[in-house]
Design a protein around this ligand. Structure first.
Ligand SMILES: [Zn+2]
Length: 227
């Protein structure tokens, strides 16, 4: 059962990276069929198997030897792991949905530093519906989160500390969890950014896409910290 969950996750992960790449190029998600971006050769069914195809092809197109890139592979592995927590209850399904949308947002952010507003709305809707189903929706908490969000995003628009999409994600995490969990998520994401800056050769002057770090921090906090 674990393997089936992982395989389904990798297929969703593969589809997610395709959606992000094609949307950013203003291409249709449905057609043309999956192909090599360099030589336009259609991929065979064997070359479309998540993770396995990357290993078989050694990360390169079979014909033109153009490197495939790691984005698709990383998306497949992460979504495979996310789907491992699937069980037949509403909360596990909503948590997977929430993390899937965070993955999609991260894919957009990594490629073009764009956080689509539609995905932010979807993330918010998922949280509110889950809370309503669980009879956990607290109007006072919602109002306080909304008020603090309005103030902070207003100040951020003036001083541009971080992207507005990042503020949206932080406040949706605050709405989904609580103040302690969201502060820990924020702290972990900042640590991850610092580690990334030290460990990688990323140009220090280039802005860093923050959504993937918030996504990773949320997964860590949600898995290991329960306050
Ligand atoms: Zn090719």
């Amino acid at each position: 059962m674990i393997i089936i969950k992982f395989i389904i996750g990798t297929i969703i992960g593969s589809f997610s990276s395709l959606v992000s790449i094609r949307t950013l190029r203003n291409e249709s998600i449905i057609s043309p069929r999956s192909h090599c971006d360099n030589c336009n050769r259609r991929l065979t069914p064997l070359e479309m198997i998540p993770i396995i195809s990357f290993i078989i092809l050694k990360g390169k197109c079979h014909d033109c030897k153009q490197p495939i890139g790691y984005l698709n592979l990383i998306s497949e592995i992460i979504m495979g792991c996310i789907c491992l927590q699937f069980s037949l209850n509403v909360n596990s399904i909503f948590t997977i949905l929430f993390e899937w949308i965070l993955l999609l947002i991260s894919l957009f952010d990594v490629q073009k530093m764009i956080i689509p507003t539609k995905l932010i709305h979807l993330l918010l809707i998922i949280v509110v519906i889950q809370q309503l189903i669980n009879f956990d929706f607290n109007l006072i908490k919602f109002s306080l989160v909304l008020l603090s969000y309005t103030i902070i995003s207003g100040i951020n628009q003036r001083y541009s500390w971080i992207g507005n999409g990042d503020i949206d994600i932080i406040w949706i995490i605050l709405l989904k969890t609580n103040l302690n969990m969201s502060i820990i998520s924020l702290f972990i994401s900042s640590c991850l950014v610092i580690i990334f800056q030290i460990a990688s050769k990323y140009d220090k002057k280039r802005p860093i896409p923050y959504a993937p770090f918030l996504f990773a921090a949320f997964i860590i906090t949600n898995t290991f910290v329960k306050i």
